[in-house]
Write a protein that binds this ligand. Structure first.
Ligand code: ASP
Ligand code: MG
Length: 400
């Protein structure tokens, strides 16, 4: 098989851990596989480099910033190659440029335009283990670019796509994706298989495991992703297309988003174009609006409610004041959003009512509801967040 393995910062966090990775890679190679390994920087390293830059400037030149922060991955790639060489393997460590990863010119959050697969493939054909420094590429002007935080996942998925690997394994320090946050519900179980769409909706559960952009890319390129723990041999979670999942669970997971705030506008003129004006202005200013509720109008006015992420509250306030100085505007940041996600909802009714009953049994008031084909989201008071997660987890028997 042709396998891409990516090891995150905690998996290569010190020299012993790099040896542990070398042992795992060696085993994979010895089992008659071709292996490309993508590595992150040692944990904490990227943050350290960023803080060094900020020591001198709040706003460092982006080109130089990329050159700086890309170095963390080069350290681990080289060290892993040296460790594997010592074990008798033929290896080659590559930077993004050497691996043929071409990006656009947007420093610090570049997009991969193309991967020249011949570079990696020629090394593989010489029976080498190819080790690629994650998170980086080269711009059209030959400068080093980086792919945004967590970008090594993206490197791995993009390479897996380019060389048509059979499998892309993402190694971290947890066993996989769980039905909910185990710190909230200790009965949370590891999910065996999950679709790309569900994973994207459950982003907050996977946040420390997988960069969201890499899941989007895996979906686009149809790459089977497996997240696994580099410190044990447990099975991990397969992220794949829905058709590959035979027994579709009704609900796959429960996510809790604590980062939302609710905005209510009272006395909004009930006429065509008002919502368009408000939400176009907000989106032009890069404010992501999530749930929206508009009531049926009364006496020519209506109420409009929506949620934004907390850091956008003051920006939102300013924008709305400018647009509609006369309206009554309320903000509540003591709310959370709980979401129930599952592809099985598409073909089953009653999933939503089960969620509402589970919360009402716990006397939890639901302030806003929104649904999509595979998700039900509810805004509730912050103080009930964890209780709601537990109640929903139990209601859908996710602990069984
Ligand atoms: N080292 C980079 C970061 O910390 C990229 C990565 O680890 O994926 O964001
Ligand atoms: Mg990561």
């Amino acid at each position: 098989m042709l396998i891409v393995q990516k090891y995150g910062g905690t998996s290569v966090g010190d020299l012993d851990k790099i040896q542990n990775v070398a042992d795992k890679v060696s085993k994979t190679k010895n089992a008659n596989n071709s292996v490309v390994v993508v590595v992150s920087a040692m944990s904490g390293e990227t943050n350290k480099l960023i803080s060094y830059a900020h020591h001198f400037s709040k706003n460092p030149q982006k080109r130089e910033f990329d050159l700086l922060v890309s170095s963390g991955e080069r350290v681990t790639a080289s060290l892993l190659a040296i460790a594997l060489g010592q074990m008798g393997h033929k290896t080659v460590a590559l930077t993004g440029r050497q691996a043929g990863i071409y990006t656009d010119d947007v420093h610090t959050s570049a997009r991969i335009n193309k991967i020249d697969r011949t570079k990696i493939e020629s090394h593989l054909s010489e029976n080498k283990i190819v080790i690629v420094a994650g998170f980086q590429g080269i711009t059209s002007s030959g400068d080093i670019s980086t792919l945004g935080r967590g970008g090594s996942d993206l490197t791995a998925v993009a390479i897996a796509g380019a060389i048509e690997a059979n499998l892309c394994e993402i190694y971290t320090d947890v066993d996989g994706i769980y039905t909910t946050d185990p710190r909230i519900e200790p009965k949370a179980r590891k999910i065996e298989k999950i679709s790309y769409e569900e994973m994207l909706e459950l982003a907050s559960l996977g946040a420390k495991v997988l960069q969201n952009r890499s899941v989007e890319l895996a979906k686009k390129l149809n790459i089977n992703l497996v997240t696994r723990n580099s410190f044990n041999n447990n099975e991990g979670t397969l992220i794949t297309k829905e058709d590959n999942i035979m027994e579709k669970p009704l609900v796959s997971g429960i996510a809790l988003d604590k980062d939302q705030a609710r905005v209510t506008l009272r006395g909004v003129k009930d006429e065509p174009g008002i919502a368009a004006k408000i939400f176009t202005t907000l989106s032009d200013k890069n404010i992501n609006v999530d749930m929206i509720i508009q009531n049926i109008g009364h006496d020519g006015t209506t109420n409009l409610g929506f949620t934004v992420v907390q850091k956008d509250i003051s920006k939102t306030k300013k924008i709305i004041k400018k647009l509609h100085p006369s309206e009554v505007m309320e903000f509540d940041d003591k709310i959370v959003k709980v979401s129930v996600v599952g592809v099985g909802m598409k073909s089953h009714s009653g999933v939503a009512s089960q969620a509402f009953s589970a919360l009402s049994n716990k006397k939890i008031n639901i302030q806003m509801i929104s649904t999509s084909e595979i998700k039900i989201s509810m805004v509730i008071s912050q103080k009930w967040g964890e209780k709601a997660v537990k109640a929903l987890h139990k209601a859908y028997k996710l602990d069984k």
